[in-house]
Design a protein around this ligand. Sequence first.
Ligand SMILES: Cc1cc2nc3c(=O)[nH]c(=O)nc-3n(C[C@H](O)[C@H](O)[C@H](O)COP(=O)(O)OP(=O)(O)OC[C@H]3O[C@@H](n4cnc5c(N)ncnc54)[C@H](O)[C@@H]3O)c2cc1C
Length: 389
Amino acid sequence: MKPRQNEQESSVPLLILGGGCAGLSLAYRLARSRRSPRTIIIEPRQTYSDDRTWCGWALTPHPFSDLVAARWKSWWIHTDRGSQHVTGSPWPYEMLHSAAFYERTLAAIDASHEIALWRGQRVSALEDHTDGVQVTLESGQRIHARHVVDTLPRPERLVAPWAWQDFAGLEIEAEAIDDTSPPDLMDFRVATRDQLDFIYRLPHAPGRALFEWTRFGRPASNPHTLRQALIEHLDTRLPEGYRILREEMGSLPMAPPAATSHGNRVVAGAYAGSMRAATGYAFHAIQRWADDCNAALLAGKPPCPPRRRPWLERLDRVYMTAIGQHPDEAPEFYRQLFARVPATSVVRFLAGVPHWRDTLAIMRSLPSGPFLRAAWHSTFPLPTQGDSS
Ligand SMILES: Cc1cc2nc3c(=O)[nH]c(=O)nc-3n(C[C@H](O)[C@H](O)[C@H](O)COP(=O)(O)OP(=O)(O)OC[C@H]3O[C@@H](n4cnc5c(N)ncnc54)[C@H](O)[C@@H]3O)c2cc1C
């Protein structure tokens, strides 16, 4: 029977904190099984909106493939020094509207007899016990759970960010948008000597595209400033005018997680190992984790955290250090990467599941001077006065 929301004290085998991408991805898989443990999901939102688009490469199948709004077999990287049309990836770049994901996952949870989504509720405290975890909500309600999957979006769970990826996106409609042209994954022609900025353009339907202005930097930038820069860019680029259909913004800390799972509490989601520190991609890694975690739970085992690859995290750190030290050269690092290395290897690398040969090819493609210096600095960092971020 579905756990009821109005009880002051509840007890369940599984509690999921946060009903966002990770929490709902796991709950959706459990809801489709007849063997799901009784589960409560705690989520502050009352209603869900189309608040983000998830893009990336699906190297393995996921249960939302049929909801994908657009797929592209090739894409562009532009810098002041040239443009690279990237072809030959066996995996297309795909884009999914969060609204479609929320609709499907919420309907499955609604239909489940074992899983309940408690909306309008916020976690305020967690207490570890020998037989589970006691969770207190802001409403004062207490839930005892044998296992907790904690997907709360807590940036403080990451090590001090190496950089921030701040962005503002506008989904627009304009006659001049040609949806048969490949997208621009990174158009660095808007970058300056000090600001590593790029435009991301995804023409996904006739006359429609998602444009984003993204900045890699430290300290974080205000996404509202980037929105203004994007508006000015679009005003010049589309002088005949355009209509804004939807907006999204984000400020993603780029660093690996410091928090780890312990006892009966597993941390998961973007701030617990599923977000790639050098790229900000998380959606497909979350799907891989949700598959693993669902399989463990249905086998009667405890939930599992996302798989970590410490050597990849170290490489990301070197990459981000090199970019931070040479923001003016960084656009060329990206273009050269796509120009010199086969798309199959770069995509596997960006998706977070490279073979060792991919990693070697990528290391060989990058200029040795800046990257050796970055490797040295990231191994023996210099203390920075007053830098507490
Ligand atoms: C605008 C935007 C665009 C993005 N685009 C991409 C992309 O194209 N590709 C990609 O791979 N990644 C992308 N990401 C990164 C990442 O995939 C998303 O952030 C993804 O939603 C992370 O999933 P999550 O479950 O970890 O966090 P969320 O989806 O943010 O879920 C966390 C949930 O916890 C809830 N919560 C917060 N506080 C509490 C509390 N006290 N108690 C209970 N619940 C709480 C929140 O309401 C939320 O529902 C994007 C991120 C943003 C913000």
